[in-house]
Design a binder for this molecule. Structure first.
Ligand code: FCB
Length: 495
């Protein structure tokens, strides 16, 4: 068995990210756009869910959110200032097709035209996600993902988007996190549309969403005006070895792809069909009678060649051997283990083991489509937003990712979640994930310290991860990412 080299992730290691590595930031339509019923947009299941008493933290709603629909020029200017090469945005399906199928909204498409053109003019490459959860309400009323026809509805939408944008946009993700919109949305009921279906019904709907992915990729390739780079963005939940010992590593590798709960919260069920053309054997055995009805040809359709392995990684779980049905158990974190404001454990090694194990199994170059942290940020008396925990979190995770790359994992890029504070689904505005603070009363944007830090990480292609110097501050207290020698004002001082 191969011995796994382990360097301490927090230790300085100066080697660069690959040349051409894509540094990006991400957001999603429903979480930032607002303009919930402007210019002919149809309602989504999330518009409906926000009206449900008790569904969203403190009764928050998403009618305005960051008002990105009207303020996108300011947001594009922020992306340009940040220096990202790419921006991962999603389109609102019911803004493009108000009833989900059939009639196309020109005004909806016009908005995304303006946005895409503004990004291109700013030198930022758009990576479009077709579906980031704002499912057309009209289609939900026709059965949503539970209806097998949903797969063709999704492919129709994919084709509309491809025909309109593939002259300028080459990078696409089909769907974001089926584990969440199927699992939380259709089984657990904590996300829109809020259903609590039995396991088998949930898995059947999930099968249709996977089929939709496959049909969409076919439709996109057939209608594209240039060769596209297409991926998919499931959640990645790596299991982390309890030690360096080869047996622990082997256990974590196996556990990462096993299914041990009666829900959608796993990797292989949503990845194997897409990349390997099969549902995982262990999962089929585990789900037993609840497995979906699969028609002949479905798995071939689901398995379309993709160009990269997109994945959203926020955390991992440490496992160790145990005398139970699965042969392992989760290791509890010690009391006081670092956690984010969302109470998600801080586990930088997830960005080592996740990319590495997914790359080993699926063979495609990895794109981290989301990674980030919520913290309780506010505008300080000095006018800045000081978020050292976001800087430290991101530094640790990026070092881990860099180590995975150094150990042989092919990787193309990293998208930080998120460019802006935004509507965090059922948690409403409680969780702030942005590199830019948003005051939801005034809609004022204030770049946080992490924005300037990430700006310097990007400008140095990651070398700044090893730079222990604190952020520079102007005499007026504004953070600056510029190293001293490049500092445009002679007043730059070290904090
Ligand atoms: C992911 C979602 C994204 C955001 C982050 C924090 O699960 O894809 O929209 O909510 O979590």
């Amino acid at each position: 068995m191969q011995r796994v080299k382990r360097a301490p992730i927090s230790g300085a290691r100066s080697f660069a990210f690959p040349t051409g590595f894509v540094w990006g930031a991400a957001a999603a339509s429903f979480q930032i756009e607002g303009a919930a019923d402007e210019d002919g947009k149809g309602p989504s299941v999330w518009d409906m869910f926000c009206e449900k008493p008790g569904a969203i933290h403190d009764g928050h709603h998403a009618r305005v959110v960051c008002d990105h629909y009207h303020r996108y020029p300011e947001d594009v200017a922020l992306l340009r200032e940040l220096g990202v090469q790419a921006y991962r945005l999603s389109l609102s399906w019911p803004r493009v097709l108000p009833e989900g199928t059939g009639r196309v909204s020109d005004r909806g498409l016009d908005f995304y035209d303006r946005l895409v053109d503004a990004l291109l003019a700013a030198g930022v490459t758009p990576w479009i996600t077709l579906f980031h959860w704002d499912y057309p309400l009209a289609l939900f009323r026709r059965g949503g993902w539970s209806n097998r026809e949903s797969a063709t509805w999704f492919a129709e939408y994919a084709e509309v988007v491809t025909r309109r944008f593939s002259d300028r946009v080459r990078h696409f993700f089909t769907q974001n996190e089926p584990q969440v919109y199927v699992g939380f949305g259709l089984q657990r009921g904590t996300h829109a549309p809020g259903l609590e279906l039995p396991l088998a019904e949930m898995l059947q709907a999930g099968h249709h969403s996977l089929l939709g992915h496959g049909l969409a990729v076919q439709a996109m390739r057939a209608s594209a005006r240039q060769p596209l780079a297409i991926g998919y963005a499931p959640v990645g939940l790596p299991k982390l070895p309890a030690s360096d010992a080869p047996a622990d590593v082997e256990l974590a590798r196996r556990a990462t792809f096993e299914i041990t709960e009666d829900n959608a919260w796993n990797n292989a069920w949503w990845m194997d069909p897409v990349y390997l053309g099969t549902y995982p054997e262990q999962g089929l055995a585990y789900y037993g009678k609840a497995v979906p009805r699969v028609r002949s040809g479905d798995l071939e359709t689901i398995r379309q060649p993709l160009d990269f392995f997109g994945v959203n990684i926020y955390q991992g779980l440490v496992v160790r051997g145990a005398d139970n049905r699965f042969g392992y158990e989760r290791v509890r974190y010690p009391a006081g283990h670092p956690a984010t404001a969302f109470n998600w454990p801080v586990t930088p090694e997830a960005l080592y083991w996740g990319p590495r194990l997914f790359h080993e199994r699926y063979g495609l170059p990895v794109v981290i489509a989301e990674n980030g942290v919520s913290s309780r940020d506010w505008v300080s008396l000095d006018g800045g937003v000081h978020d050292p925990s976001r800087i430290d979190f991101t530094n640790r995770y990026l070092r881990a990712f860099r180590r995975a790359i150094a150990d042989g994992t092919e990787a193309l890029g990293y998208f930080h979640w998120s460019i802006l504070d935004n509507f965090e689904w059922a948690a409403g505005y409680r969780e702030r994930f942005g590199l830019v603070h948003v005051d939801y009363e005034t809609l004022k944007r204030t770049p946080k310290d992490s924005f300037y830090w990430y700006q310097r990480v990007i400008a140095t292609n990651g070398a700044h991860l090893d730079d222990p110097r604190p952020l520079l501050r102007d005499t007026d207290g504004r953070a600056s990412s510029k190293p001293r020698e490049l500092h445009s004002r002679s007043t730059g001082t070290l904090r």
